[in-house]
Design a protein around this ligand. Structure first.
Ligand SMILES: C[S@@+](CC[C@H](N)C(=O)[O-])C[C@H]1O[C@@H](n2cnc3c(N)ncnc32)[C@H](O)[C@@H]1O
Length: 274
């Protein structure tokens, strides 16, 4: 593989483009990261300079190259029942939610869902805690900018180590064990998968097309790369999609410094729409 240099001018092109397209604010220190992580890709495409790669990226209208670029410089790390304190909180909130939802209809958005562990966790949690789960009309909208993680999420198949720490009852009820030449995997059962609508969606540039509001929104560990104006704008838009009292879940390392008049901190990076 040829080691390709990234000039400050080329870095500046990527920095601007990525900010405009996905709201990720790349600091100058990220120049080494881009060079290191994208060198292989530039070589693979048979290109000779990062400038050529930039032209290729901008010309790709499918958005696939952008998703690949974002994956290379960010992380898709996720897991089932991540942020355990939030699930404990949700258990306490459930009676209030059940009482309010006489129509037994729940609409939930997992924004930045990665490979699906988050939306499936929501369903497993509800199935575990709602004795009449089957009589509820539950739909989860699960969106991500990366087609690669969404493809995995749609199949809903995970390695044994991803499910090994789950309570046995959940593993038995929510997954089918699949044996193949490559080993054993666990696939989320069809009637849970059917409740999730996976969609390619860029939180920064795609329009908010939603007709109805959501009973909860999860946007955890997604905004870490966004700068303050982008975060501010997105949180404001989430606020418009939540009815009074509904929760917004962020990642445990994320907090809101704005929108305090509409979103109140309840603890564990959970905010309630006022
Ligand atoms: C670290 S994962 C978090 C997954 C899950 N929410 C969790 O907390 O476990 C962040 C995800 O956000 C997605 N993402 C990053 N920027 C995005 C954007 N502008 N629009 C939509 N998704 C984005 C990434 O592709 C990645 O899958």
């Amino acid at each position: 593989m040829v080691e390709i240099e990234l000039s400050p001018e080329e870095f500046e092109l990527f920095r601007r483009y990525i900010y405009d397209k996905v709201g990720i604010a790349l600091s100058e220190q990220k120049s080494t990261l881009i060079k290191g992580r994208l060198n292989k890709r530039v070589n693979q495409l048979g290109l000779r300079t990062f400038r050529e790669y930039y032209n290729y990226l901008v010309a790709d209208e499918s958005g696939d190259e952008l998703a690949l670029f974002v994956s290379a410089i960010s992380t898709n790390v996720t897991s089932f029942f991540r942020e355990s304190a939030q699930w404990v909180w949700l258990e306490g909130y459930l009676p209030q939610l059940i009482a309010a939802k006489r129509d037994k209809k729940l609409r939930i958005w997992s924004a930045g869902c990665s490979s699906g562990e988050e939306p499936y966790t929501i369903l497993m949690f509800l199935q575990h805690h709602l004795s009449d789960f089957e009589s509820w009309d539950i739909k989860i909208l699960a969106t991500d900018i990366s087609p690669k993680v969404l493809a995995k999420a749609i199949v809903g198949s995970y390695e044994a180590k991803a499910v090994e720490s789950l309570p046995r009852e959940i593993t038995l009820r929510s997954f089918e064990k699949v044996r193949s030449d490559t080993g054993i995997s666990y696939q989320v059962v069809p009637h849970l998968r059917e409740k999730v609508l996976f969609r390619l969606y860029n939180l920064v540039t795609d329009p908010f097309f939603f007709k109805n509001r959501f009973d909860m929104i999860f946007c955890r560990n997604v905004m870490i790369y966004f700068d303050e104006p982008t975060r501010h704008d997105l949180i404001g838009r989430f606020g418009t999609l939540l009815p009074r009292g509904a929760p917004l879940f962020l990642g445990s390392s994320e907090s809101l410094t704005t929108h305090r008049e509409t979103l109140k901190l309840l603890g564990s990076s959970i905010y309630q729409r006022l």
